[in-house]
Design a protein around this ligand. Structure first.
Ligand code: SF4
Ligand code: SF4
Length: 350
């Protein structure tokens, strides 16, 4: 497995890591096997978060007895010193370790959050305590907001940045990636498959391997998935051919820049619109047979909830991607209704 050095942390990480969210989906036994298979294949970088349900716990079980083989990055969503330090103890216990390699502040998406973390008594003060005690080795952050991420990188307070990067959502490529390089910070690329919108692993991973300071951390839930990804990294050439570029362009064209990353930051809606579900309808339509789609509670609940929208715009203020959610809700409902007409579905199933 090829490696890169993650900026000023000096950590030598495998050319691709794994992200911890999907490790919640399979049984615990299967999740443990996925992590252990990744380690066996030479993947030594695992990213998770205190807020990812069972993820830390499962990773902790999987790496039991193999701690020195792994570089663990986890995250805290707490913004003040004491709460962050308490959460760190929980992460350490779940991960069955006495140190975290990279401790990240989760979701630095607004100026107010950044300020809160860095102010006296903020989570950064806690991180400094943890650093002195050896419980944490390096400090990073994650974000979905480009402007705030640029500000945080320029602050000189962090050693790594984690941000979405893939060929559909590539806002960071001309801006944040070079800035992080200039600041000698490690760059962790989250959502390498654009939250499931890119289904061609070869294309997605090869695109990211072009960035020589970036480590992608694709979420995996099956052994075959990590084997496929490692196979791509281990292949002789990472060249993105002109044919690949054409495919990238056509996927970009299809997926567009108006797609919802399902990050849920816009929720809850005061009118109980299930925003993520509504915006996901056109994608689900492509993924499932029509019968399943129309009979699926998730779909029907989403469509029904959309009728409650009063177009107040509150959700748009919370969306880190600045999506025109009100317009997109309307488009999604129109899309559903058009399909329902085409397929003679007169009513939304209860
Ligand atoms: S615009 Fe609609 S979906 Fe958004 S917060 Fe307001 S009611 Fe909810
Ligand atoms: S609309 Fe925006 S905030 Fe809401 S889930 Fe989608 S990307 Fe996230």
């Amino acid at each position: 497995m090829k490696t890169i050095v993650l900026g000023k942390t000096g950590l030598e990480v495998s050319r691709v890591g794994i992200g911890g969210i999907p490790l919640n989906r399979p049984s615990e036994e299967k999740a443990i096997k996925v992590v252990q298979r990744a380690l066996d294949l030479g993947v030594n970088f695992i990213d998770t978060a205190n807020g990812y349900s069972e993820s830390e716990n499962r990773i902790g079980k999987a790496i039991s007895g193999r701690r020195e083989e792994v570089i663990i990055a986890t995250k805290t969503g707490r913004r003040d010193k004491d709460a962050a330090l308490q959460e760190l103890e929980v992460s350490l216990e779940r991960l069955r370790t006495d140190y975290i390699d990279i401790w990240q502040f989760h979701g630095i998406n607004t100026a107010a959050i950044l300020e809160k973390v860095l102010e006296p008594g903020g989570a950064m003060e806690g991180a400094q305590v943890a650093l002195r005690k050896g419980k944490v080795r390096h400090i990073g952050f994650s974000s979905h907001n480009l402007e705030i991420a640029m500000k945080a990188v320029s602050s000189g307070q962090f050693e790594t940045v984690q941000f979405p990067l893939n060929f559909v959502s590539d806002e960071a490529a001309p801006s944040l990636v070079p800035l992080a390089r200039q600041e000698d910070m490690g760059f962790i690329a989250m959502k390498p498959f654009a939250g499931g919108r890119i289904r061609d692993a070869d294309l997605a991973i090869k695109y990211l391997l072009q960035f020589d300071t970036v480590v992608p951390d694709p979420g995996v839930q099956k052994v075959e998935e990590i084997e496929e990804i490692v196979g791509i990294v281990d292949s002789e050439s990472w060249e993105v051919s002109s044919q690949d570029l054409e495919r990238i362009e056509s996927i970009r064209e299809k997926v567009g820049k108006r797609f919802c990353r399902q990050c849920t930051y816009c929720m809850p809606c005061p009118q109980e619109v299930f925003i993520c579900g509504v915006l996901y309808l056109p994608i689900l339509w492509e993924l499932w047979p029509s019968d399943w789609f129309f009979n699926w509670d998730y779909v029907n609940h989403s469509v029904k909830s959309a009728k409650n929208c009063i177009r107040c715009g509150e959700c748009e203020e919370k969306c880190p991607y600045l999506l025109p959610i009100r317009e997109m809700i309307e488009e999604s409902v129109n899309f559903f209704e058009q399909k329902a007409r085409e397929y003679n579905r007169k009513e939304i199933k209860n």
